[in-house]
Design a protein around this ligand. Structure first.
Ligand SMILES: [Ca+2]
Ligand SMILES: [Ca+2]
Length: 86
């Protein structure tokens, strides 16, 4: 993901925080694309969902978003740099 873009990495719905809604949108997109449907996300949302920046949104990205949300939920003030370094 491009750190200079207007979206926040992992924040698909633009709510300014990353939570279960963003996980839901990411998994819904992956499931739709897997069966040949349109993913239903804008280019910007796809870029936000591609947290590891490899050009595709897949289960690895949903894992990273879940991991990020889990760490935050447990009270860790983590960053994407830390999550992606795992
Ligand atoms: Ca969000
Ligand atoms: Ca990716």
């Amino acid at each position: 993901a491009d750190v200079n873009a207007t979206y926040t990495c992992g924040d698909l719905d633009g709510s300014d925080n990353i939570d279960s809604t963003d996980i839901f949108y990411t998994m819904l997109y992956i499931a739709n694309v897997a069966v040949g449907n349109d993913g239903g996300l804008t280019a910007e949302q796809i870029a936000a969902a591609d947290v590891d920046g490899n050009g595709t949104v897949d289960s690895t990205d949903s894992f990273y978003i879940m991991y990020y949300v889990a760490l935050r939920g447990a009270g860790y003030d983590t960053s994407w740099e830390e999550v992606l370094a795992k």
